[in-house]
Design a protein around this ligand. Structure first.
Ligand SMILES: [Zn+2]
Ligand SMILES: [Zn+2]
Length: 356
């Protein structure tokens, strides 16, 4: 192919492509108001190109080449394969934590706070490995917040891992913290975490991350700064604390948790991270019922209840069945998501892209 511009009709909504002198293809993708230049090598398959396009549909929520997604003021790395392993890392100013530890992905090693949803191994199986890796890098022990009924079992796992490894002292007396529904813990950066019950085949819980900010009380707004300083010096309480629900992590759950939310905050967060294990239909079986039988959620159920998510800014779907490819997930969800959710839904497929 000679250098030059051509219309990339075979590429989904890709407007132009150009082969540069360095054998890289420049693609101009996206909507008219948000065109994005994407550079890939000529040898990379169309599958990659399509995925790259989908990653960049929205500048504010693009998944970078290293797999991180910027969503609002948060950076999220979602490693999730249904039944295999799930670990989601969230970063913000002064905050870094992980939800679930089915596999101790490299991005999670610096997380000192880990919140586990339930006892299925694709969500808890990597705890001992995570503790061991932190020890290898001389990091202090992480805190593993787990539903109380799992504490003794997980202790057996970490103790047995220590007995086997012998020299991995980080596994000795791992910091496993019982954390029940409605428990709250303060985190760095004026954040706090609260657990809520979810609906799965086994006892499970999700988490809501809150942020607290100080705001001048209404009666002091507009007063001279010297007067405000005087009040502050005299220990007058001049601030209200505004606590906002930022992120909800639902882990494995049926749609029921949203139909009858344990707290209104669940449906008011800026970012909802939840599973949508099944997304397609079949002539041979009812996949919606299959999802329910297995304690999971089907895309159809999200669509049927789209109105529930009107106050959620973004929904990050994860935990897709291993039977779907990354391309299929991105294209099928884009084509079938309810219109009112189209601009707020993202699919986490980085684990599928890197293991297929
Ligand atoms: Zn799972
Ligand atoms: Zn599960």
């Amino acid at each position: 192919m000679q250098p030059g511009w051509w219309v990339g009709r075979s590429l989904l909504r890709c407007h132009f492509a150009r082969l540069t002198s360095s054998s890289r293809v420049l693609l101009l993708c996206g909507r008219k108001k948000a065109l994005t230049a994407v550079s890939v090598t000529a040898a990379q398959p169309t599958r990659f190109i399509r995925t790259e396009f989908h990653r960049r549909q929205d500048n504010n929520m693009s998944q970078t080449r290293d797999g991180w997604q910027t969503i609002g003021s948060y950076n999220v790395y979602t490693w999730s394969l249904s039944g295999v392993e799930t670990c989601v890392v969230v970063k913000a100013d002064d905050l870094k934590l992980a939800f679930d530890m089915g596999y101790s992905i490299p991005q999670s090693i610096t997380c000192a706070n880990v919140f586990i949803t339930h006892g299925h191994l694709d969500h808890i199986g990597g705890v001992a490995n995570h503790a061991s890796k932190r020890g290898l890098f001389s990091m202090k022990k992480a805190r593993y917040y787990v539903p109380p009924h799992l504490v003794d079992f997980l202790r057996i796992v970490t103790d047995a891992s220590f007995a086997m490894a012998v020299t991995s002292e980080a596994l000795e007396d791992a910091n496993i913290v019982p954390f029940a529904v409605d428990d709250t813990v303060s985190l760095p950066g004026n954040y706090s975490m609260k657990a809520f019950p979810t609906v799965h085949r086994v006892p499970s819980q999700g988490y809501i991350l809150y942020k607290s900010v100080k705001k001048l009380k209404a009666e002091y707004v507009g007063q001279p700064s010297a007067a405000i300083a005087d009040l502050h010096r005299n220990n007058v309480d001049i601030h209200d604390i505004i606590k906002t629900p930022e992120i909800a992590y639902a882990g494995d759950t049926m749609i029921d948790v949203f139909l009858d939310p344990p707290t209104p905050d669940l449906l008011k967060v800026k970012l909802l991270i939840t599973e949508v294990t099944f997304i397609d239909h079949s002539d041979k079986k009812d996949n919606v019922q299959l999802a329910r039988d297995r304690g999971h959620t089907h895309l159809q159920e999200i669509n049927d209840n789209a109105h529930l998510f009107k106050d959620v800014d973004h929904i990050l779907m994860m935990h897709f069945s291993t039977k779907y490819s990354a391309d299929f997930i991105q294209q099928h969800v884009a084509a079938n998501i309810a219109p009112e959710l189209k601009d707020k839904v993202l699919c986490a497929t980085v684990a599928k892209e890197r293991t297929s």
